[in-house]
Design a protein around this ligand. Structure first.
Ligand code: F6P
Length: 211
């Protein structure tokens, strides 16, 4: 692709109550980000690039974050073209926390201190009971990386903290030298990361669109 834009969904109900996983909706603040993001995307991407792509996960919070980005039909080279038709990917769903899905970190630590300590010790390799590890996420993002390589236009991805850490690590191999670093990469809310691919990895600019 020409450019890859990465962002987390806007603030969700679970972000507010500090629960992990789940499939909650956006809060009012999250809605505000969805509006700010759409305005930014229209002005900075869609005006000159009507063929740009929008990818989300299958979870409500990413779909809701993308919903103000218009996807009307325009005529392009004499053909009707759906602008920014969103594509929902299971491969972009957040890391699955298995039996701990829907709990806070404090609740997990209280319920099972051993598991909690194991994750702290090896965040990359640790697999949640009946859930996933970051290494599992690396594997399922292979599909996304392949599909990204085939795209000739800009791609905007609205996904999740864990997913974007790994995607960023993959794409920024010029800077992220060790997979161990990936689970610790900071991906704040309300921020868009603009990646420009070059022969050796990517350069990256971060823009905060909402306080
Ligand atoms: O808290 C938001 C969230 O996206 C959770 O759904 C997910 O489990 C977590 O972040 C991933 O971050 P970490 O690997 O640091 O727990």
């Amino acid at each position: 692709p020409k450019m890859i834009y990465l962002t987390r969904h806007g603030q969700s109900e679970y972000n507010l109550t500090q629960k992990i996983g789940g499939d909650s909706s956006l809060t009012a603040h999250g809605e505000e980000y969805a509006t700010a993001l759409a305005a930014w995307v229209h002005k900075n991407i869609l005006v000159d690039n009507p063929r740009a792509r929008l990818w989300t996960s299958t979870l409500k919070r990413t779909i809701e974050t993308g919903k103000h980005i218009r996807h009307d039909e325009i005529m392009l080279d004499g053909q009707p073209w759906i602008v920014m038709r969103p594509r929902e990917w299971h491969a972009l769903d957040e890391i699955h926390a298995g039996i701990f899905d829907g709990m806070t970190y404090a609740e997990i630590e209280a319920a099972d201190p051993e598991e909690f300590a194991m994750r702290k010790k090896d965040k990359l390799g640790y697999r949640y009971p009946r859930g996933e590890s970051y290494l599992d996420v690396f594997q399922r993002l292979d599909t996304i990386i392949h599909e990204l390589e085939r795209q000739r236009d800009h791609v905007l991805i609205i996904a999740h903290q864990g997913i974007l850490r790994i995607l960023l690590g993959y794409l920024m191999w010029n800077e992220v030298k060790d997979r161990e670093e990936c689970p610790h990469i900071s991906i704040p809310l309300n921020t868009i990361k603009c990646l420009k691919p070059h022969a050796y990895g990517c350069t990256c600019d971060s823009l905060c669109l909402l306080k």
